[in-house]
Design a binder for this molecule. Structure first.
Ligand code: NAI
Ligand code: MG
Length: 495
């Protein structure tokens, strides 16, 4: 038995990890045209887990051609909305039946605690497919009495066509679900490129899509690197829309690549969210929320509460609680059922986080806890709280994407609002207070796509998610996501 197989507990997981994984094009599992494969690592050990077919431009071409056919003349164009809805519901059931397998593969591939993968990623995937299954039969247009005599107008909502979807590594399966769910509900066809660090659950989902009855060519899954497969997909002339989640830097590249054929673009990018604790808050809840807001998923969350602002008279109190919470976390491989903090996703990410904190310390920041890698095998980084920071430091301005929070006291609410908004990002924010008026007033002032009041990281398929400013374009989930996957056609009739 190969090493990787032995790591899985479920029968399907063992089977899945027992062989090189292929890519899904036109309903068939195929090798890369080049014959190349690339390694996928277990971040808890740094050891190779498995080899995966390495997609490149030629494979993207094949996948786009299959998606094009499935959309223009193939089965998807003829599949009625209720059947699309039933397929999505069936898919949610298959994800549920295979939840343990998906959770263990996600944990081995990404490093996250298996228990969290099950409770958050897999559960969120099921919810999303179910929510979008319901929307399949509810997409409609408007009718209009127009002012030109004798005319009648109405709108049709049509699928956009072939959609390219590029997925990050922090929530590999759930990000695939956020994009596949609405694309399929509204009748598009898809070429999906998972992140090179974590392609496995998307490939397993490919098997479930087939079992659910998604016709050949409707969803094609091409693993590979960003600079090759990703770039080819975002520039492809026969792709009508590109949806991306990842770094702001690559978001810019994708917009440029998409500009050639003026593809529709939706982007969900980085963040540097202010999490704001007023002295009148339930301090225990706020402290727990601050810890969860930054340490959940090893801090590799675009909406992580990475800038903590605490009203001065409670600052020391919150810092003490946060330090305790961080120090007490059980750091272990994700497959350990007691794991609370797993490794970062890769050696590259460990280096990136280490570099940010080192430079922060050189600039004068103090590590109240952590401030360094765990050391030894795997890509573990200690939960870290940086104090003595100011608003111009790199650690306060840049997305670190690790379990690292910068904490600052504040005195004045207007200056706080200014500081909270003093960032190119605008994905999310948190407010902790028992004063209703303060909470609502500040929520309106914050330039962020999501504001959590007395909670953090609450997600729901009905709650749209996306960014202001350089955190992105468009809203995923909620009815708003339908706008990202449909064109509006106005029809005007002379009666
Ligand atoms: P990335 O943005 O390079 O990777 C995300 C996806 O984009 C992957 O599928 C990758 O293959 C693809 N990609 C990369 N270059 C591409 C290109 N030129 N054309 C098309 N697709 C391309 O993120 P990376 O380098 O892994 O992480 C860097 C930083 O990005 C992190 O430290 C974090 O700050 C941020 N990030 C934000 C995420 C979010 O959820 N908003 C998710 C992942 C990373
Ligand atoms: Mg990159």
């Amino acid at each position: 038995m190969a090493v990787a197989e032995g790591l899985a507990k479920t029968r399907r997981g063992k089977e899945f990890l027992s062989a090189t994984r292929k890519m899904l094009i036109n309903g068939e599992w195929v090798d890369a045209a080049s014959g190349k494969t690339f390694p996928v690592y277990n971040p808890a050990t740094g050891e190779e887990l498995i080899q995966v077919a390495e997609g490149d431009k030629e494979d993207i071409d094949r996948a786009v051609a299959a998606a094009r056919r499935a959309f223009d003349e193939g089965p998807w164009a003829k599949t009625p909305p209720n059947v699309r809805g039933k397929i999505l519901w069936k898919l949610s059931q298959l994800v549920e039946e295979n939840a343990d397998t998906l959770a263990e593969i996600e944990s081995l591939d990404n490093g996250k605690p298996c228990t969290m993968a099950r409770a958050v990623d897999i559960a969120g995937t099921i919810e999303m497919f179910q929510y979008m299954a319901g929307w399949a039969t509810k997409v409609d247009g408007r009718t209009m009495e127009l002012s030109t005599p004798g005319t009648f107008g109405f709108t049709l909502r049509e699928p956009i066509g072939v959609v390219g979807q590029i997925i990050p590594w922090n929530f590999p399966l759930m990000m695939a679900a956020w994009k596949l769910g609405p694309a399929l509900a509204t009748g598009n066809t898809v070429v999906l490129k998972p992140a090179e660090q974590t392609p496995l659950t998307a490939l397993l989902l490919g098997e479930l899509l087939q079992e659910a009855g998604v016709p050949d060519g409707v969803v094609n899954i091409v693993p590979g690197y960003g600079e090759t497969a990703g770039a080819a997909l975002s520039a492809h002339p026969h792709v009508d829309k590109i949806a991306f989640t990842g770094s702001t830097e690559v978001g810019r590249l994708i917009m440029q690549a998409a500009s050639g054929t003026l593809k529709k673009v939706s982007l969900e990018l980085g963040g540097k969210a202010p999490n704001i604790v007023f002295a009148d808050a339930d301090i225990e809840a706020a402290t727990a929320g601050a810890a969860m807001g930054i340490f959940f998923n090893q801090g590799q969350v675009c909406c992580a509460g990475s800038r903590l602002y605490v009203e001065r008279k409670e600052f020391d109190n919150v810092m003490a609680g946060l330090a305790d919470a961080g120090k007490n976390m059980n750091i272990a491989p994700g497959m350990d059922p007691a794991c609370e903090l797993g490794p970062l996703v890769s050696d590259v990410q460990l280096e990136r986080v280490t570099g940010f904190v080192e430079r922060g310390k050189e600039a004068g920041a103090e590590a109240l806890i952590g401030g360094e890698p765990v050391g030894g095998k795997g890509y573990f980084y200690k939960p870290t709280v940086l104090t003595n920071v100011d608003e111009n430091m790199e650690v306060v301005r840049e997305e670190i994407f690790g379990p690292v929070v910068v904490a600052q006291p504040f005195d004045d609410i207007d200056d706080l609002a200014r500081q909270a908004n003093d960032t190119p990002y605008g994905l999310s924010a948190g407010i902790w207070t028992s004063d209703l008026s303060k909470a609502h007033t500040l929520a309106r002032k914050l330039k962020a796509g999501t504001v959590w009041i007395n909670c953090y990281n609450v997600f729901d398929p009905h709650l749209p998610f996306g960014g202001y400013k350089e955190s992105g374009i468009g809203r995923e989930m909620g009815p708003e996501v339908l706008d990202l996957y449909t064109e509006v056609k106005s029809v005007c009739v002379m009666l």
